[in-house]
Unconditional design. Structure first.
Lengths: 252, 264
């Protein structure tokens, strides 16, 4: 019967050693370049890490596709949200003049911005697609303040690695790495299709990042925190979605 | 000393020639067997989780946009795992998308990694040329037609087929490997917003995000049909011997002898 030859044994051994040390080196390099997602542990960690690292290498400067105005969806779909409560209704009645966006964490000038202040900041617009992990999509023109502008105003420290952002709705929060946070298309959205952002679509303020799925575009934004570590937030996986079993990186 | 070899067993020839006459010749190379079973695991995981993901929005559209306010070209009329889709059913299935999406992409990495390895090996080892490309005598519509008739009559294949693929088998494997698998990967990646940003042309060429999703679903149906036929043919041809060949790499002695006997 077949015998394993000495040559096969030696080449196999060398391949195994090379493979194991290759993975170790790749792991070290990935960590040094911030290519390890906060939800890298667990049985789906390897796939999640490969996806995040591969996409970050391929798209770290890429821009989401922009569409022409004629392609804007006539009838966009507003995903359901839990009831917003009396406080929200009161602020809505007042034109959101009392709405606040708190920015803290690794910032040299932590600040509480009012909605009117945010509205006075320079804005950008992009006509991009939003897609839900369920599979549906629509195209809209989004207007907002680049997140990078707000981070610049509060003096974001260079050690910061993530921006954690929260909704006024309890237990609705997400985070992104600095590549997405500083991306020119990542905006704190204030408007949609030329009007103020409607409440069903996340108004008055919504995080909007077109290179990831809709669940990263948290509605009713009230709080941003700069951090270098996700461990002290929730279960440490980087967001309420990933804490409940969804992937933290939603570029796929 | 001449050992008569089955004519079709071109791949096994050098192995047999080097081995003692008593040893059984190889049917499937180790690479074929390992990649076959890794692909099986990945494909079943992808099929299960893909079906689960579809349940959260069991409708399909063409072009870039598609949602409940857009008319679908295909409505599966299945219950949904979300109450945002009006299905007509009075209940909502439990949401399984979290682990389904995690496992889908992890299995996709396994499938793509295995596939790339198999592709490189197949080219350099001559596997595709020797075992999958139909032989020159088989490259005619008449031969393909004859093979179709044989298959439709569920005729048990002749013994030498334990050593080689028939022309229909070769063609269907070639379509799965070189058409459906690449289409699956391309349409799958095209649905990723991160990929879309990096390679927008990859989505534009397909005709849009929702077209990519629809084609991904159609390719899934075709691959699932292939799986059904593949398993049915396994039973028609002889479950035990074919499984043994794909697990141990060896075909039955009986098959060898029969093939030898038939080798005029």
């Amino acid at each position: 019967m077949s015998k394993i030859s000495r040559r096969k044994l030696i080449t196999g051994g060398i391949a195994a050693v090379a493979g194991v040390s290759g993975i170790a080196v790749a792991g070290k390099l990935a960590k040094a370049h911030g290519l390890i997602p906060p939800d890298c542990s667990g049985i789906y960690g390897p796939g999640e890490t490969l996806t995040y690292a591969a996409q970050r290498i391929l798209n770290h400067r890429a821009m989401a596709r922009e569409f022409s105005r004629s392609e804007i969806s006539a009838n966009p779909f507003a995903n359901e949200v839990a009831p917003l409560g009396d406080d929200f209704a009161r602020m809505q009645a007042g034109g959101f003049a009392d709405w606040k966006l708190t920015v803290d964490g690794m910032a040299s000038r932590p600040t509480v911005f009012s909605y009117p202040e945010i509205m006075s900041f320079p804005k950008v617009s992009h006509t991009t697609m939003i897609g839900c992990e369920e599979g549906w999509t629509y195209i809209a023109e989004w207007t907002g303040v680049p997140l990078s502008y707000i981070l610049d105003r509060v003096g974001a420290m260079s050690q910061a690695r993530y921006v954690v952002y929260r909704s006024i709705q309890p237990d609705w929060w997400e985070s992104v790495d600095m590549n997405d946070a500083l991306h020119p298309q990542t905006v704190v959205a204030t408007g949609m299709n030329g009007a103020n952002l409607p409440v069903p679509f996340g108004g008055p303020l919504r995080m909007r990042l077109p290179r990831q799925l809709g669940y990263k575009s948290v509605k009713y934004l009230v709080h941003l925190t700069l951090t270098d570590n996700m461990k002290s937030f929730g279960k440490g996986t980087g967001g309420s979605a990933s804490d409940s079993g969804y992937a933290w990186y939603a570029g796929i | 000393m001449s050992t008569t070899l089955p004519i079709a067993n071109r791949e096994a020839r050098p192995v047999v020639a080097a081995a003692p006459a008593t040893s059984e010749p190889k049917r499937h190379a180790a690479t074929v067997r390992v990649t076959h079973w890794l692909t099986t695991i990945a494909f079943l995981a992808l099929l299960l989780t893909g079906g689960e993901i579809v349940l959260s929005h069991p409708r399909f559209y063409w072009g870039e946009i598609g949602n409940v306010n857009v008319k679908p070209w295909l409505n599966l009329h299945l219950p949904s795992s979300r109450d945002t889709v009006p299905t007509g059913y009075g209940y909502v299935l439990p949401d399984q998308n979290g682990w389904s999406r995690y496992l889908h992409f992890q299995a996709a990495w396994l499938a793509v990694g295995t596939g790339l390895f198999y592709l490189l090996w197949g080219v350099f080892s001559g596997h595709f040329r020797r075992n999958l490309l139909p032989g020159s005598s088989d490259r005619s519509l008449r031969r393909i037609g004859a093979s179709c008739v044989e298959h439709l009559r569920f005729k048990r294949p002749p013994a030498e087929e334990a050593w080689s693929y028939n022309v229909l088998q070769r063609l269907s494997y070639l379509i799965v490997i070189f058409v459906l698998a690449p289409l699956m990967i391309w349409t799958g990646l095209a649905m990723s917003f991160g990929f879309d940003a990096a390679f927008p042309l990859g989505v534009r060429l397909l005709g849009g995000h929702q077209t990519a999703r629809s084609l991904h679903f159609i390719a899934t149906i075709l691959l699932a049909l292939f799986l059904v036929v593949h398993v049915v043919m396994l039973f028609v041809a002889g479950f035990r011997s074919r499984m043994k060949a794909m697990i141990t790499g060896r075909a039955d002695r009986v098959a060898v002898n029969a093939a030898d006997g038939g080798n005029r």
